[in-house]
Design a protein around this ligand. Structure first.
Ligand code: CA
Length: 240
């Protein structure tokens, strides 16, 4: 997606009036969208076509929204997912994020809120794509293509980072050698305070260290700046 092409959104919602209302509003905002009301059909469509965003109702005939999202992630697709559901419980919010969703909006919602969430998700993706365009990050004998998220690691391993792992690295690589605060990372990569704590960032940093550092417990590139955030040094530095 670029500023000149319309973002394409798949609306997966079995309440026809609601789905149509969302579609009309998205159209007015300049988005292209299509509506599917059945879970199985939605999964097939999401796998055959590259959408910029999925709006995914949870309670659906066929397959539920969480399962659809899990299957999409299992297929290696990182299309952003915004869950819509009548069930407003915290458990569902967490289940949605655990299934690989990007955000969660309980029904009933104001269309303005929905549009703001969609815009925020698309803006983050655009930031990630722009900051990643054509840039190969190298440090510690790792080669990381931030656009494709492919890694050739120091130990010869080849693998693909998740969108969030690549996002955290891109946020640090934007200012190598400088401390990037946890708040900045959360804002750039998660966008909203979706998660109960900044622990989520540490989990990703640890996952990156386990594969990109020779000694994950004594990192020479991905440094913690205690109480503040993280810092990427392209040249190895002694652990602090
Ligand atoms: Ca429903």
């Amino acid at each position: 997606m670029t500023a000149t092409t319309k973002a394409r959104i798949l609306i997966v919602e079995d309440e026809q009036d609601l789905a149509e209302g969302i579609r009309e509003n998205l159209h007015d905002e300049g988005y292209e969208s299509e509506v599917i009301g059945d879970g199985e059909a939605a999964l097939a469509r999401a796998l055959e076509e590259d959408f910029d965003l999925l709006l995914l109702d949870v309670m659906l005939p066929g397959l539920d929204g969480f399962t659809i999202c899990e299957r999409i992630r299992q297929a290696g697709r990182d299309v952003p997912v915004l869950f819509l559901t009548a069930r407003g419980a915290l458990d569902d919010r967490l289940r949605g994020l655990g299934a690989g969703g990007d955000d969660y909006l309980p029904k009933p919602f104001h269309l303005g809120e929905l549009l703001a969430r969609i815009e925020a998700i698309l803006r983050r993706r655009l930031w990630l794509k722009r900051s990643a365009a054509g840039s190969v990050l190298s440090f510690g004998d790792n080669q990381i293509d931030l656009a494709t998220r492919e890694v050739k690691a120091w130990d010869g391993a080849h693998f693909e980072l998740t969108t969030r792992e690549a996002g955290v690295l891109a946020a640090l690589a934007a200012e190598p050698g400088k401390t990037v605060t946890r708040e900045t990372i959360l804002e750039k990569v998660w966008g909203r305070d979706l998660l109960p704590s900044t622990r989520a960032i540490l989990t990703i940093i640890e996952s990156l260290r386990s594969r990109l550092e020779r000694e994950p417990e004594a990192p020479r590139h991905l440094h913690t700046v205690r109480g503040v955030g993280y810092r990427l040094s392209l040249e190895p530095e002694d652990p602090q």
